[in-house]
Design a binder for this molecule. Structure first.
Ligand code: DLL
Length: 447
């Protein structure tokens, strides 16, 4: 790439952390490293996981046949239900004596899956998380309030060890307890927060109720993820808290948080390609799609010991951005993920994404982009009810103001999304969350 004026400017303003060096490796070297790690991964999966061996044998595929990342397409895809069917330990490629940690994800749907880590896996994860935090502009000396849940959910501990290894001060506050979050943020001089966007929105409104102006605090950066959020929400968060808000993506099956993260350019998330090999496929035909085209993200672990996964279908919809990033990283970027493939719903024959509803809500004053979409069927006709939380100020207002608001939201959604929803306003902080995330779509039509 010939450096343009913008890229030079972008390079000179970004602080550099030595742990980020692998982010700038020449693509040719990266490719060789990926192929080498892929060979090891496939060999390990074949030798140690009966399920993988069986599937490769069925295709008369020996591990030696996979030499470079170009050969990946020969291998079968792995899906979430494969993990559920092998619950709990069926896909482990290490003995319990070598496994030092387990995490589990219930997500917002169904039966949990269990994931495992060897000591080397945990070290690699920590290193990746240092790169993530550095990518988001967090530096040694920053005070990080880690509001991701600690426990079986991988969010909390992933950020925790990454933050410490970076040389920042980590406050392991975990999720919920909004009042305490605000007190700690004020009293401990917190400069960076990590949480779900939903949880941070609670902090924003509660701070407003308590008369705390977040913009006047030391808080400078927020790293948000574990659920989809929109550009509109980013603007709202950045303005209300006076911070830069970065997107981080990850999933338990791969490692937890740390698969991809935004840099200060905030246009797409750099994928940590030396650990996770990305492909985009057409979810219907399952054929690989070229860079730039939207489809389902498929990831292969490169180096994971305890639980290597080959061509895992994430169900998350994105595209690999073909242009190099002005920040100078050679890691390719993926577009922000505003929905998972299983979150889209069909309403009276129309495809609708929750992110469209969210964008409409952010445009209506007095509402919070916290909502639940409930689908039902009445005499064979689809009905949609939208439950929306209102801001504390509006909630304590007169009933007539609330009624007007329902109509306003319904109109906004009709105009921008094209569906007529029955809107019900609910009290702030009442839409249920698990690990800080809201379940956005409840489909009662099959019942
Ligand atoms: O949510 C890991 C994580 C923790 C990521 C903290 C970021 C921060 P799971 O519980 O396995 O793992 O859920 C993974 O959440 O497949 C996506 O559908 C969704 N998701 C995660 N991050 C984002 C994001 C963690 N930034 C699933 N944007 C993934 C959109 C996201 N969706």
């Amino acid at each position: 790439m010939t450096p343009t004026t913008t890229s030079l400017k972008a390079l000179s303003t970004a602080p550099f952390h030595p742990a980020s060096s692998p982010d700038y490796v020449p693509r040719e070297h990266l490719r060789r490293l990926q192929s080498q790690r892929l060979r090891d991964t496939v060999r390990r999966a074949y030798d140690r996981v009966g399920w993988y061996r069986q599937r490769m044998d069925q295709r008369e595929l020996k591990p030696d046949r996979i030499r470079t990342v170009e050969d990946l397409a020969l291998l079968p895809l792995t899906v979430k239900s494969d993990l559920r069917e092998n619950y709990p330990f069926g896909l482990f490629a290490a003995t319990m004596g070598q496994i030092v940690r387990l995490h589990a994800s219930a997500g917002t749907t169904g039966k949990p899956i269990v994931v495992a880590y060897t000591r080397n896996d945990l070290d690699a994860w920590t290193e990746i998380m240092v790169r993530v935090l550095a990518c988001c502009g967090i530096q040694p000396g920053d005070v990080i309030q880690n509001a991701f849940g600690y426990g079986l959910f991988a969010g909390g501990l992933g950020f925790h060890y990454g933050g410490e290894a970076l040389g920042a001060t980590v406050i392991p506050i975990s999720g919920a307890h909004t009042d305490r979050q605000i007190a700690v943020m004020k009293d401990f001089g917190v400069s960076a927060i990590c949480s779900t966007p939903s949880d941070f929105l609670h902090i924003i409104d509660r701070a407003e109720e308590m008369g705390v102006d977040l913009r006047k605090l030391a808080l400078r950066v927020g790293v948000f993820g574990a659920e989809p959020w929109t550009e509109a929400l980013r603007t709202r968060i950045e303005e209300a808290a006076g911070i830069k808000a970065y997107d981080i993506y990850g999933l338990s099956e791969m490692i937890g948080p740390g698969v991809a993260a935004e840099c200060h350019v905030q246009q797409g998330l750099h994928l940590f390609e030396d650990h996770f090999y990305p492909e985009i496929i057409d979810p219907e035909t399952r054929q690989p799609l070229p860079d730039g085209q939207e489809g389902e993200l498929v990831l292969t672990t490169l180096g994971k010991e305890a639980m290597p996964l080959i061509r895992f279908r994430t169900r998350d919809i994105t595209a690999i951005l073909p242009e190099p990033c002005p920040c100078g990283r050679t890691l390719r970027r993926i577009r922000r993920i505003t929905h998972g493939g299983d979150e889209m719903f069909v309403y009276r024959g129309m495809n609708v994404f929750p992110s469209q509803i969210e964008a409409a809500l952010v445009a209506v004053e007095g509402t919070l982009p916290r909502y639940q979409i409930v689908l039902s069927r009445d005499k064979g006709v689809d009905q949609v009810e939208l439950r929306v939380e209102v801001t504390p100020a509006v909630f304590s207002d007169r009933v007539s103001a609330l009624e007007g608001l329902e109509e306003k939201i319904a109109r906004q959604i009709e105009n921008s999304v094209g569906i007529r929803a029955h809107v019900s306003l609910v009290e702030p902080h009442t839409i249920p969350r698990t690990e800080g995330r809201a379940k956005r779509v409840v489909d009662q039509r099959q019942l």
